[in-house]
Write a protein that binds this ligand. Structure first.
Ligand SMILES: Cc1ncc(COP(=O)(O)O)c(C=O)c1O
Length: 388
């Protein structure tokens, strides 16, 4: 029903991916094939586009408000797709996942406190923590044969330290592609409960999974009480332009403190695109999401096979979620700087360098596979050209 093999050019459309290449790496936009920032090249579901177009065409573009319809649509989605019931009063709508993480740390934490993060991981976790005057405490993931797991014994030690008060867990994990299992999350929950650690669960990729995703707050009532969970329709339906996210906190005191921060920092208003687009999408776009994930799964399989064929010493981590490939290039024996230069100069391709996600990512690259098969073929051939 949906044709992901054809997309229009996004050059000159205010696309970060296609129009901000020069800002990112100094090369002219039209010389480089972009596979870096995490959005998909596909248009969103036609139903969402049509509904939003109609709404905007009315010309009435004042403050957008009234959260109830969106909230019910989202709650219904989570119940149908993930088998978890969110209480409406526990849900706040905010203009972004990063805004949510920042507001939670600001509302619930103090400068000097430790925030545990599991590197290599989505890089804003570092900046947000440090700008709050808090301390990044690393609990690096364990890596074996291309697959990542949590270092539980170290997590136990770190969680037991008096100064450490938060864990930011990324589930599914960007960039390594793991979807944490219920068993893994249960152990995380137990450790945090025992040590009075607040869990901030970044569940941005929760709807784009191959393996079953388990909401952190669904582990138990007690774990739900110490969790601030963040998710968004933006990645799910490729509507990042509209800045909206869902914050779920079952603990009333925590939720009210966060809400006060959000209002105080001027983040209380949402835009029409997010509020109405998200509502429509959560109600109507299940088939679109399933179709896009099937297509990306095939992209991933194709990419992995071709890279393995050309470079037997390179590993592509199994994709359990998301539309990104995490590629271990260390077997090539090239310094990370040279990999970066070769990809840009020879391959004329822009990907994300692994070291951005913490030192543990050095020698890896993150490649965006959220495009047409033809683009992924081109991505592979440019990587091969650059690194052989
Ligand atoms: C794990 C993760 N969290 C959050 C975000 C960004 O969320 P927002 O734009 O809503 O702040 C991203 C974007 O790539 C992400 O990968």
């Amino acid at each position: 029903m949906y044709n992901f093999n054809e997309v229009e050019s996004r050059r000159g459309t205010h696309s970060v991916m296609w129009d901000c290449i020069e800002e990112k790496c100094g090369k002219p936009n039209d010389e480089i094939l972009p596979a870096w920032v995490a959005d998909m090249d596909f248009p969103s579901d036609p139903v969402v586009v049509e509904e939003l177009t109609k709404r905007i065409a009315t010309g009435y573009l004042g403050y957008a408000g009234g959260h109830r319809d969106y909230k019910r649509s989202y709650i219904g989605w989570v119940e149908r797709r993930h088998g978890f019931k969110i209480e409406e009063e526990n849900l706040l709508l905010i203009p972004g996942v990063k805004v949510g993480i920042n507001s939670a740390l600001e509302a619930l934490g103090e400068a000097g406190e430790g925030v545990i993060i599991q590197s290599p991981v989505y890089d804003p976790f570092f900046n947000i923590t440090e700008t709050r005057g808090m301390k990044v405490v690393k609990n690096p993931l364990l890596y074996e044969e291309g697959r990542y797991t949590i270092n539980f014994s170290q997590l136990e030690e770190l969680a037991a330290m008096e100064e450490n008060k938060f864990l930011i867990i990324c589930n599914p994990h960007n960039p390594v592609g793991r979807v944490w299992t219920r068993e893994e999350l249960t152990r995380v929950g137990e450790i945090c409960l025992k040590n009075d650690i607040t869990i901030i669960a970044d569940e941005m990729y929760s709807d784009l999974t191959v393996k079953k995703y388990t909401p952190m707050a669904s582990i138990s009532k007690e774990v739900g009480e110490i969790t601030v969970a963040l998710s968004s329709p933006s990645k799910t339906f490729n509507i990042m332009a509209f800045n909206i996210a869902n914050l779920v906190a079952a603990d009333r005191d925590k939720r009210e403190r966060i809400q006060r921060k959000i209002l105080a920092t001027g983040h209380g208003h949402l835009n029409l695109g997010g509020l109405y687009g998200g509502e429509v999408a959560y109600r109507s776009s299940e088939e679109w999401v399933d179709s896009v994930m099937r297509y990306i799964g095939e992209n991933h399989a194709f990419f992995t096979e071709k890279i393995k064929e050309k470079f037997p010493h390179v590993r592509v981590s199994p994709a359990e979620g998301g539309f990104l490939a995490w590629v271990d290039l260390r077997g090539l024996g090239l310094p990370a700087k040279e990999i970066e230069e070769r990809l840009l100069e020879r391959g004329k391709i822009l990907v994300s360098q692994g070291a951005v996600y913490g030192l543990e990512g050095e020698g890896f690259i993150r490649v965006n596979l959220g495009g047409t098969r033809r683009k992924v073929e081109e991505v592979v051939s440019r990587i091969v050209e650059a690194l052989r």
